[in-house]
Design a protein around this ligand. Sequence first.
Ligand code: AMP
Length: 303
Amino acid sequence: MEVGGIQALRRWRAEQSGRVGLVPTMGALHSGHQALMTRARAESDLVVTSIFVNPLQFGADEDFVQYPRPIEEDLKKCEEAGVDFVFAPALAEMYPSAPEVRVVAGRMGAVFEGAARPGHFDGVLTVVAKLFTLIAPDVTVFGLKDIQQFVLVKRMIADLNFDIELIGLPVVRDADGLAMSSRNSYLAPDDRARALAIPRALTAASEVAERGRGAAESGGGGGSDSGAGTSGVSAGLPAAVEAAALAELDPAAERGDLEIVYCSLVEAATLRQCTPDFTGPALLLVSATVGGTHLIDNLPLEF
Ligand code: AMP
């Protein structure tokens, strides 16, 4: 495994002829990141993982300085996952000066995480575009934990004509249900217990969706299609799903365990709020602050 910045990467990349897979990360790697690398390994001849804490995507009052950077442990994890090249550029190399020209994420970058963190997705897409240009991957693997990021990267690939296949992998969770995140290391044990209201909310929502779908199918006649049909959604089910999640989150917020940033059921393709009679792929997006730590999670659903 090689490790290097821009020069070493360019030299290495020029020598390669196989299919290259890229996994962009900010380091502090956990099993969620390793799942992406394993998938990239299966999809390509050569795997590049980037480790770069991108200042452009942090607000002035956010944790850029504090963000964990355990580089030696990260390199071991990359080695274990069969990574060929770890691209770990210095800050001054990626941004010799603050970039004047940036990618603009647009409407879908201004809602939810983008509303809570203005400019965040412009920063994300700008660095991802730089990584795509520098590494020239054939395929890239992202986590669906950061679902809004995934939707925007997909849109950028289409809008800017990057010739790159995008793969999204489901959220990897700890045994207690909390989505793995580099920021979970900020949580004190009590806060961690409080944060479990988030996966509980998603489970409650998923159960209501399942029951609603089952009821609509058994009452709908015929009903021979299995699973994620777009027929048979009962009117109001999207609202009931959102309400089920809030029934877990609201009391937690009232107890002072967390602050809800958002809890919304949206259309997966557009991130617009689902109407009561919506059918098709949807996402329940949840974000909460627990003991000052900003957490996100989501549940994919089919109505
Ligand atoms: P980050 O280092 O947090 O910027 O994340 C790098 C990549 O890992 C992104 O594509 C994330 O969506 C993905 N990722 C982070 N946490 C998880 C998780 N728990 N499950 C799946 N993917 C994840």
